[in-house]
Design a protein around this ligand. Structure first.
Ligand SMILES: C[S@@+](CC[C@H](N)C(=O)[O-])C[C@H]1O[C@@H](n2cnc3c(N)ncnc32)[C@H](O)[C@@H]1O
Length: 228
């Protein structure tokens, strides 16, 4: 599996994604997961936030509006068109076009550190995610934490066997403007927990935000701290 395929897919779908976010077209985000991630960040009253895989910057903007303690907010994404859109929507915040590969490559000489790093529905790979989790503590202040919201394995599994592995992508439920879905790496709950342990991260808290209409988990939120 090449990460270029995933980047290419987001390049293709950058405009459609921006439109979907601006129109609040993804019901589960509007109903549950948007507020869930903002609340998970807000409870720490952080002074600084780095959002990676930030897309067109929705979470940075929501954090700015709802977390008054924040003095520094930076968003990074691999896709130039999404970063440009983020700059237009909130020129007062900091934006950088940086891929996870860039973040991993820069880890050993990074100087800029944050209280929280967030990743909202933006982890799709196997090895790249493993390397990213190893690199991210270099971007954290002491007592910093990583907050990840992702698909809940129970719901994302579908009819396939409950075992980790690559899955075909799909834009089912999205508008017809979305093209070329990319493959993604499905992790069971045990696979996530074992990945965190292998990355030297302690799973400090976990939440399973519930969809009010289905009564099922809409996502899972992992809160991770580096093991000292
Ligand atoms: C589903 S969108 C989520 C965007 C944003 N976090 C949000 O919640 O609105 C996934 C994002 O991951 C980004 N992404 C995928 N692979 C990436 C990589 N290797 N490096 C950086 N960003 C990546 C995409 O460009 C896209 O913006």
């Amino acid at each position: 599996m090449s990460s270029a395929t995933i980047i290419q897919s987001w390049q293709t779908n950058a405009a459609a994604w921006s439109q979907a976010i601006q129109e609040e077209a993804i019901a589960s985000r509007k109903l549950v997961t948007n507020q869930a991630i903002v609340s998970a960040l807000a409870k720490y009253q952080p002074a600084s936030l780095l959002d990676i895989g930030a897309g067109e910057g929705w979470l940075c903007r929501a954090a700015e509006a709802q977390i008054p303690s924040l003095k520094k907010i930076k968003g990074m994404d691999a896709i130039a068109a999404l970063v440009e859109q983020a700059k237009i929507l909130s020129p007062n915040l900091e934006w950088e076009q940086k891929s996870y590969q860039d973040i991993i490559a820069g880890a050993s000489h990074n100087q800029e550190k944050f209280q929280i790093i967030s990743i909202n529905f933006a982890l799709f790979e196997k090895e790249l995610v493993e390397l990213l989790l190893l690199a991210l503590p270099n971007y954290l202040l002491e007592n910093g934490r990583i907050v990840i919201q992702t698909l809940h394995p129970l719901m994302a599994c579908g009819d396939a066997a409950y075992e980790e592995g690559w899955r075909d992508g799909s834009w089912n439920g999205f508008s017809s403007a979305f093209k070329d879905p990319h493959p993604w790496y499905f992790r069971t709950m045990a696979a996530w927990v074992n990945l965190f342990a292998a990355s030297g991260l302690l799973l400090d808290q976990m939440q399973e935000p519930i969809h009010p209409e289905t009564g099922k988990p809409a996502s899972v939120i992992f809160e991770l701290v580096p093991r000292s």
